[in-house]
Design a protein around this ligand. Structure first.
Ligand code: UD1
Ligand code: CA
Length: 461
């Protein structure tokens, strides 16, 4: 037998207290389901098997879609008769279980688990040649947890809340719900479990008994084991998760002006970057080095390259902002926007599915959709691409080095050549060749002395 490890993740529970329609393992912490975090923390440790129950099709489909390459197995626990019964189900249905020397049991609802916890468990197990190790932590409020009852001779047992004596209830070292077993030991113990207790459930914790060759490994950081049973706990776990991420980033050289008011899930942020409060950065975004992200920015599934400056209250989704570009304040980049190196977008500029090339400048109040704005193009205030005819979207192309005066509209599809010049206030609906000047507005008429005919306000003496 090799030293292969099987990871059994218990995910049959309903999660009634979350008051959501989806099964608990699929409830999201930020963009990922709770079970995803446990899988990611354990996928390098061994082969994963999920015990599913409530809405198992949904859970299995999700895992198959998201973790195709991991080859995760499933067993189905039809009725939830306890954690011991869940593992019994695994042993009955997963015929290969014996080929793993060790079996780890984890819960699907502890998203803050990390690989290091598994490693330490395995290390303790093998170093001391034990039959099983349970993880534990100390808490001021142990209510609801299994208590770790340690005896003077070094043995231990786990007593569930409902079965504790008055004295045992005072114990503040509790079972975290993550274990490693020698598979032989687990199989032998599991078949002898009963439900003769105050819950009428088969407890996995009954495999920890005084006199057995089992130990507990206590962790200082109880956050690893934060379980999600209701939306308040989800909110607490989300906060802790971000806190941990922000701490790691800070240690790596990212500066947060106020760590407690920044919402950052991205793990890819370069050194020297400064992030102001109330920025929201999702886990799919990548931020380069020496970037500045000012207050109130929302950045989702986007890349911000080195030296870019995102000014206050900008909203960026599915886009890329290249090196040293300056965006905002109050810019919206809608999906598919690509802002070139050194380009500049000023206040109230909305970009959709467009390329704004190197050093181009769109400084004030504009809408650019389905466009390709050339290198060094300068666009004045109040520019609009009329890209939609009510049925279809059309493209606007503006060539390198062109100058577009203020208050122009481009009725797409339209092509403006290189180094062209468009006069202010023009509505352009015909292509303009390279180097041409185009203007499309009424000529001005001025009539001396005629203003009084229109001025209705009485002269104030
Ligand atoms: C369990 C432990 C307790 C520990 C606590 C840590 C037992 C008997 N008790 O209690 O000592 O302190 O976790 O959080 O194990 N599940 C199934 N099938 C079942 C029952 C449960 O898949 O038949 C799953 C649940 O979905 C959940 C996990 O197992 O993910 C834990 O079950 P739960 O009922 O929440 O156990 P606790 O009472 O919290
Ligand atoms: Ca629980």
């Amino acid at each position: 037998m090799s030293d292969k490890i099987s990871i059994v993740i218990l995910a049959a529970g309903k999660g009634t207290r979350l008051k959501m329609d989806i099964p608990k393992p699929l409830v999201k912490l930020e963009k990922h389901s709770l079970v995803d975090y446990v899988i990611n923390a354990s996928k390098n440790i061994g082969d994963i098997c999920l015990v599913t129950g409530h809405q198992k099709q949904l859970v299995e489909q999700h895992i198959e879609d998201k973790f195709k390459d991991l080859n995760i197995s499933f067993v189905h626990q039809q009725e939830q008769l306890g954690t011991g019964h869940a593992v019994q189900t695994y042993i009955e249905q997963f015929s290969d279980f014996k080929s793993y020397k060790y079996t780890i049991v984890a819960c699907a609802d502890t998203p803050l688990l990390e690989e290091i916890v598994f490693k330490e468990l395995i290390e303790k197990m093998t170093r001391e040649n034990l039959d099983a190790v349970a993880t534990t932590f100390k808490t001021e409020n142990p209510f609801g947890y299994g208590r770790i009852v340690r005896s003077e001779v070094g043995g231990l047992s786990i007593v569930e809340q409902k079965d504790t004596s008055d004295e045992q209830r005072l114990i503040n070292e509790v079972n975290a719900g993550l274990y490693i077993f020698k598979t032989d030991y687990l199989a032998q113990m599991i078949s002898s479990l009963d439900n003769d207790n105050n819950s009428g459930e088969f407890y996995l914790t009954d495999t920890f008994k005084e006199g057995a060759n089992v130990k507990a490994l206590m962790f200082e950081d109880k956050n690893y084991f934060l379980g999600i049973n209701d939306l308040y706990q989800l909110s607490v776990a989300t906060r802790k998760y971000m806190g941990r991420n922000i701490k790691n980033l800070s240690v790596d050289g990212v500066r947060f002006l106020d760590v407690s008011h920044t919402y950052c899930f991205s793990k890819k942020i370069g050194q020297g970057t400064l992030i102001y409060p109330n920025a929201h950065i999702d886990s799919a975004s990548i931020i380069g080095r020496d970037v500045i992200i000012e207050p109130g920015c929302f950045i989702e599934n986007s890349t911000i390259e080195d030296g870019a400056h995102i000014k206050a209250n900008s909203y960026i989704t599915d886009s890329i902002v290249r090196k040293k570009a300056k965006i905002g304040p109050m810019v919206q980049l809608r999906p598919g926007s690509d802002i070139g190196e050194g380009a500049k977008l000023g206040n109230f500029v909305e970009i959709k599915k467009s390329i704004v090339r190197e050093n181009a400048s769109v400084s004030h109040l504009s809408y650019i959709g389905d466009a390709d704005i050339g290198k060094d193009v300068n666009i004045g205030c109040g520019f609009i691409t009329c890209n939609y005819d009510g049925a279809n979207k059309h493209k606007t192309v503006i060539g390198e080095g062109s100058f577009i005066g203020s208050d122009c509209q481009m009725i797409a599809p339209i092509n403006i050549g290189k180094k062209a010049y468009i006069g202010s206030g023009s509505t352009i609906n015909k292509n303009v060749p390279d180097g041409a000047f185009a203007i499309a507005r009424e000529r001005q008429v001025t009539k001396e002395g005629m203003a009084k005919k229109f001025i209705k306000i009485k002269d104030k003496k």
